[in-house]
Write a protein that binds this ligand. Structure first.
Ligand code: FDA
Length: 400
């Protein structure tokens, strides 16, 4: 790998210029480079793969062994099938095994490094090196033009040309890390459509009457969170702004402003469980009964909101069944999300109908490609987004 930081006004010619040295850009660069292509990989950040470095709490949840197309959101649910089917979680595992990186499955098929996310970045850079990829860091692309079948990119004091240009600059979540909406602007300039981007895998905020749940900040429970047909069983966490935790982050990707989400606080209990508890222990209080299954503070708040209390024996089966039903589908109507500053990814992005699902090339703009999070393909929480970055980067890298 050559680094190209010295000013030089002579245009350098490459087979492909890749904008964005993140997960997708590096995978694309190393794949094309190892096929003998002369690749220039550019990033405005001073080091590559910054989101990889902070991912998975510093251990990078680099893939998920349960990867399947139905775990991705997109205006075209079929778009991701080809790339995900041709570059699989097993392929990425084989790569990290070749580099001797130790890993483990944490939960739900999520694979993490035993050591550090730095190992993943170092591996990708080694592989770029093997493909003789030229990497230019620390300068944004100042100008991007297309004429006579050549893309011309000016970055810092240098200019490079190539017949292929890959947009791999990701989405604008966590702007303080240098994330931008550059991909969308560039795509639009070339006539591609962009599906309205929105924060995803993001905490939800509560207002109005539901503000009182904020007093539970720090309390967590194992729940099923639902929105439309989507349902996730994982932990939910109350925060000083509303709701977070894996179940909420997952459901946030499906949630739209104005909609409510349903929380089943007691997913292991059958609908008539409270009436059955009354028969078993009529003197037991509703609060204590709930606190047998939920954190006490949460049980208290829920009982306050239910508007019934006292000994189970004093309550009719009808009221207990009604309470059990509400606890199994507690409706929250979030007033928003914590926004791009807290979103793990951005849903929406460059519309897939303008791209080939085989190669990621723009259908109407020869030589222009888009990969990774910049594209309207958004995975569940748990390694799915990196797997899309690897797979889409690999697919484009095969044809550059
Ligand atoms: P990515 O964002 O990685 O790379 C884009 C690159 O483009 C960056 O290097 C950026 O500097 C550069 N760039 C942007 N604008 C530019 C411009 N104008 N000019 C030049 N360069 C520019 N996913 C997962 O599967 N497992 C996980 O554990 C996590 N954990 C996680 C934690 C946190 C805190 C966040 C924010 C995100 C995650 N993710 C995740 C999501 C994952 O990080 C994300 O989906 C991938 O990094 C997307 O890869 P891309 O290469 O598409 O974009």
């Amino acid at each position: 790998m050559a680094t190209a930081n010295m000013p030089d006004r002579t245009p350098q010619s490459y087979d492909a210029i890749i904008l964005g040295a993140g997960a997708a850009g590096m995978m694309c660069a190393l794949t094309a480079g190892q096929r003998g292509r002369r690749v220039l990989l550019l990033d405005h950040a001073d080091e590559p793969g910054k989101k990889i470095l902070i991912s998975g709490g510093g251990r990078c949840n680099f893939t998920n062994i349960n990867t399947a197309p139905d775990r991705y959101l997109s205006a075209n649910p079929h778009f991701a099938k080809s790339a995900l089917g041709r570059y699989t979680a097993a392929d990425f595992i084989a790569l990290i095994d070749r580099h001797g990186i130790a890993w483990h499955e944490k939960t739900l098929g999520q694979l993490f490094c035993d050591g550090s996310a730095r190992q993943i970045v170092a591996m990708l850079l080694d592989e770029c090196d093997a493909g003789k990829v030229t990497i230019g860091l620390g300068h944004p692309a100042r100008a991007v033009d297309h004429a006579d079948g050549q893309y011309r990119v000016t970055w810092g004091d240098r200019t490079a040309t190539a017949p292929a240009l890959v947009i791999a600059t990701g989405g604008p979540s966590i702007p303080k890390m240098g994330a931008t909406g550059f991909a969308y602007d560039l795509a639009r300039r070339f006539g591609l459509k962009v599906v309205e981007p929105r924060p995803a895998l993001v905490p939800l905020t509560l207002g109005g009457e539901e503000t009182l749940f904020r007093s539970l900040s720090g309390v967590a429970a194992d729940v099923v969170a639902r929105c439309g047909k989507a349902a996730f069983r994982e932990a939910a966490l109350f925060t000083h702004k509303g709701l977070s935790g894996p179940a909420i982050l997952q459901i946030s990707s499906y949630w739209r402003h104005g909609e409510s989400i349903g929380i089943d606080f007691l997913p292991d209990l059958a609908p008539g469980w409270l009436a059955a508890a009354k028969r078993a222990k009529p003197r037991a209080g509703l609060r204590n009964t709930l606190a047998g299954h939920l954190p006490a503070r949460l049980a208290d708040t829920l009982v306050d909101r239910l508007g019934i209390d006292g000994e189970l024996g004093a309550l009719t089966d009808k009221r207990l069944d009604e309470a059990a039903r509400r606890l199994a589908d507690w409706r929250f109507t979030p007033n928003g999300t914590e926004g791009l500053a807290k979103a793990e990814v951005v849903a929406g992005g460059i519309a897939t109908d303008g791209l080939s699902s085989q190669t990621m090339e723009a259908r109407r703009v020869p030589g222009l490609y888009a990969i990774g999070e910049a594209v309207d393909v958004t995975g569940w929480l748990g390694g799915y987004n990196f797997q899309w970055a690897w797979a889409s980067g690999w697919a484009a890298g095969q044809v550059l």
